[in-house]
Ligand binder design. Structure first.
Ligand code: HEM
Length: 337
């Protein structure tokens, strides 16, 4: 090959190579970012004892106070539905989610703080508050007698927490089934997830204000209204417990009076007896779309547990922040400065 012929060929092939390189660069630039996701044993190398430390903290707290599992489970629900599972509900301060009246009765914060303090000693700035909360709620269910579930980790903590975001995302007990399903659907959860996750009301308690809209007394204390989907005798018991209606905010009633601290399928049995505490609970029995599943769960705890595993995984993965999103907080109640 002549010298000129060779250099033309070289220039030509270099040009082709350059074009190919350019194409690859442009192609990569327009690719969507690498899909970020949670993974099992995320802390296997960075903090192998992380899950054990959370578990031990939840175990000690629940042994001392059997109301803790219910509090932790509800805390996760309220975290994940607002801004995703990013521990935004734990942030303190004026105008944060925690300060909204809808979150007034949340509890379990001290358990998360204890686990975080322990983790900061052994694995500083490594384990997110969002993961601690998800693991704690998972463990809480197990300690209360519910199914054990392996959940993926790698959530990062959010830096945004606004009270204004709470009401549009959290369900009120007065919601119809369609309204509840709509909120769940916006979070990627199905009607089946709604029926299943409502089973969380097999543990824990509620303040009078959460169910006193189901009956009305006149000035003389006579019953003037009673929600027809509520068992009359049960309503009378509730009225006795909450004689001043919604204003009795120091009184709590157990969601499942027969096994209040046991995570079982009793909730669905209660629904069949028309003794679901909230109007939103009774709604599950009163609609053909959900009734059969309620019946199934009431008759078969294994079926409820099987479904719980699937729905809990979905709940604890809503809108998670991963990779370079958010941060790993040093303290769960405030963002890093
Ligand atoms: C579907 C609609 C839901 C409504 C309308 C609802 C409403 C409520 C209300 C009003 C309370 C009582 C709060 C109080 O007065 O202190 C409560 C308690 C509770 N909720 Fe729900 N909830 C719903 C779904 C869920 C879900 C999905 C979970 C968890 C997966 C959950 C877990 C709990 C627990 C464990 C308690 C007891 C809390 C404690 O003992 O401190 N709830 N819920």
């Amino acid at each position: 090959m002549a010298k000129t012929e060779f250099s033309v060929y070289k220039t030509f092939s270099q040009c082709k190579l350059f074009k190919l390189l350019l194409f690859v660069i442009i192609f990569i630039a327009f690719l969507p970012p690498f899909s970020s996701s949670l993974s099992f044993n995320f802390y296997a190398i960075s903090c192998p004892a992380a899950e054990m430390m959370v578990k031990n903290t939840v175990r000690s707290a629940s042994d001392l106070d059997p109301t803790i599992p219910g509090k932790l489970l509800r805390l996760l629900f309220h975290d994940c539905f607002v801004e995703g599972c990013d521990a935004s509900v734990l942030l303190q301060g004026n105008g944060t989610e925690k300060s909204d009246p809808a979150n007034k009765s949340l509890g379990g914060f001290t358990v998360i703080d204890s686990a975080k303090r322990l983790l900061e000693i052994f694995c500083p700035e490594t384990v997110s508050c969002a993961d601690i909360l998800a693991l704690a709620a998972r463990d809480a269910v197990e300690f209360a007698g519910g199914p054990s579930i392996q959940i993926p980790t790698g959530r990062r903590d959010g830096r945004i927490s606004l009270a204004a975001n709470v009401r549009p995302n959290i369900i009120d007990t007065s919601f119809t089934l369609d309204e509840m399903a709509k909120v769940f659907s916006a979070k990627g959860l199905s009607m089946d997830d709604l029926i299943t996750l409502s089973g969380a009301h097999t543990i824990g308690a509620a303040h009078c204000s959460a169910f006193s809209d189901r009956f009305k007394l006149d000035a003389n204390g006579n019953l003037t209204f009673i929600d027809s989907s509520l068992d009359r005798q049960y309503a009378s018991q509730l009225i006795k417990k909450c004689p001043n209606g919604a204003t009795d905010d120091s009184i709590t009633v157990r969601n499942d009076p027969s096994t209040p601290f046991l995570f079982d399928n009793q909730y669905y049995k209660i629904l069949l007896e028309h003794k679901g505490l909230f109007q939103s609970d009774s709604a599950l029995l009163n609609d053909e779309r959900t009734k059969n599943r309620v019946l199934e769960f009431a008759n078969n705890q294994d079926s409820f547990f099987e479904s719980w595993r699937v729905s809990f995984l979905k709940l604890s993965s809503i809108g998670v922040k991963t990779d370079d999103q958010g941060e790993i907080r040093k303290s769960c109640s405030s963002i890093n400065t």
